[in-house]
Design a protein around this ligand. Structure first.
Ligand code: SF4
Ligand code: SF4
Length: 93
């Protein structure tokens, strides 16, 4: 698997993250999707750091965006969010 070295925590410890899409558009088999309440979000970057497929981006102005083509629906982001700004909801259709 390809890896990229990133440093999302403002100059602290570098970590590795998998590149998204190495196994295709994994969003096709997701059964739940994350929904973000950007009004609650404090822009702490925790979800972006912990997402195992690197599909979350946090922007200070606009908040969290998630690439649902590749999100697996694992729920890690919802679990780690300290203010519970992310909810997992069932996929419909
Ligand atoms: S549900 Fe999993 S794969 Fe999807 S954005 Fe959250 S942590 Fe990433
Ligand atoms: S973990 Fe929660 S509060 Fe932090 S950036 Fe993600 S959604 Fe926002």
């Amino acid at each position: 698997m390809s890896l990229e070295v990133v440093n999302p925590v403002h100059g602290k410890l570098p970590i590795t993250k998998p590149l998204k899409g190495v196994a295709g558009k994994t969003g096709l088999w997701r059964t739940e999707r994350p929904v973000v309440d950007n009004g609650k979000c404090t822009r702490c970057f925790t979800c972006e750091t912990y997402c195992p497929v690197n599909v979350i981006r946090v922007e200070p102005e606009t908040g969290v965006s998630i690439d649902l083509d590749y999100c697996k629906g694992c729920g890690v982001c919802a679990e780690v969010c300290p203010v519970k700004a992310i909810s997992m909801v069932p996929e419909t259709g």
